[in-house]
Write a protein that binds this ligand. Structure first.
Ligand code: PLP
Length: 391
């Protein structure tokens, strides 16, 4: 079903008066998030430390919303302040002595590489799969690298720079055939690309609220398939990983029997409040509808980029393209600053800008981006001829 864009825009008052095409960096603030944050402050003011049971219950609500979004069970979710923390708690459950090899692409987000490079002193051997074009990660290249020495594939669901969508199911099947694990970094997938952890059969998944989930900073999540709860145990954890944190037992570490064993210390409870409205809105609209809209808007973006003579550095096939289009430009920092003067927000990354389309974006905004003075004045062409279009 088509999204009622004007209704959903009205839930994000800060979209008024500017063209916001930067959800790949930071999702816009839902008005309700301010109200929910006020609830957190009211509880703090009224109850002091006695607010904790309510704050922790709110964390459980968040877990349930995240679980539903990715087809998991709430007890398979641990909450963390960011994706890096979620990953290093997960990495700590691994032993590299029998299987040292870690396979991932050179298009991974840096934090999803550093986790593994930092484990070399524990025996990890990183095998980097090089993208042939800086845009895609052909599954056959990843699959070819998997062997009986491979422990894990920490792969990106949607490449942060180009928005290429990996064939996760094919890679996971090949990994499992060799007895290797898969950690999916779905930061640019969850909420915009239908993501069912059971259908994909990944062992672990990380994601966060900051971008497409419009939930602000301070909250990320780790999914751990329940088949691993009693077999793998983290060694980097906090007291909330204990079966009963409030037993204050310092002689024994009895871990929670579910994904809570991956939990760190005292959570940032305010983020449980701020993150909820974004998740609720995404749930209400539905990820399939958000996905269709992104395919449509990013196709429009590519058509207009072709007409403007700008080089597209994202997949042209919408089926393997997430919600962002990367366009090569001569000076991305200068361009984003000029665009800001025209109240248009996109993201500068090296030799390109990332322009993203979320459910609240309109055709007019995308047309407005190309009609801007900053874009019209760009030196071009960067390409000889515009390639074939895909709508
Ligand atoms: C693919 C991917 N993973 C993870 C992150 C964020 O990691 P963290 O929450 O640790 O900052 C980002 C942020 O840009 C990302 O693009």
């Amino acid at each position: 079903m088509a999204i009622d864009v004007s209704y959903y825009r009205s839930l994000f008052p800060s979209l008024e008066g500017r063209t916001y095409l930067n959800s790949c960096s930071l999702g816009m603030l839902p008005q309700r998030a301010r109200e929910r944050a006020a609830q957190y402050f009211d509880l703090w003011m009224d109850l002091g430390a006695a607010a904790w049971p309510q704050w922790l219950a709110q964390g459980e609500r968040l877990k349930a919303l995240v679980a539903e979004l990715i087809g998991a069970k709430p007890h398979e979710i641990a909450l963390h302040p960011n994706a890096s923390a979620a990953m290093y708690s997960m990495v700590s459950c691994l032993d590299f002595t029998q299987r040292p090899k870690v396979v991932y692409s050179d298009l991974n987000f840096p934090t999803t590489a550093y986790q593994w490079l930092s484990q070399r002193h524990r025996g990890a051997q990183v095998h980097l799969v090089h993208s042939p074009d800086g845009i895609t990660v052909p599954p056959e290249l990843v699959i070819k690298a998997i062997d009986e020495r491979t422990l894990i594939l920490p792969i990106s669901h949607v490449i942060y720079s180009s928005a290429y969508i990996l064939d996760v199911a094919a890679i996971t099947q090949a990994a499992h055939r060799q007895g290797a694990l898969v950690l999916l970094d779905s930061y640019h997938g969850v909420g915009v690309v239908p993501t069912d952890v059971k259908a994909l059969d990944v062992d672990f998944l990380v994601g966060g609220m900051l971008k497409w989930l419009c939930g602000g900073s301070g909250l990320a999540f780790l999914y751990v398939h329940e088949r691993w709860h009693s077999q793998l145990h983290p060694t980097s954890l906090g007291w909330f990983a204990h079966r009963d944190p409030f037993a204050f037992d310092v002689e024994n570490l009895t871990l929670a029997s579910d994904a809570r064993q991956y939990q760190g210390g005292t959570p940032s409870a305010v983020s449980f409040y701020i993150a909820e409205p974004g998740l609720e809105i995404i749930r209400e609209i539905g990820v399939p509808a958000i996905r269709e809209r992104a395919k449509y808007l990013t196709s429009l973006l590519i058509d207009l980029a072709d007409q403007a003579g700008l080089e597209v550095r994202s997949p042209r096939n919408p089926e393997i393209r997430g919600s962002t289009v990367r366009l090569r430009v001569p000076d991305s920092q200068a361009l984003t600053s000029q665009l800001l003067e025209e109240k248009i927000v996109v993201d500068a990354r090296g030799d390109a800008v990332r322009v993203s389309a979320h459910f609240y974006n309109t055709e007019e905004e995308i047309e407005g981006f190309f009609a801007s003075k900053a874009i019209r004045q760009l030196d071009r062409p960067l390409t000889d001829a515009p390639p074939a279009r895909h709508r």
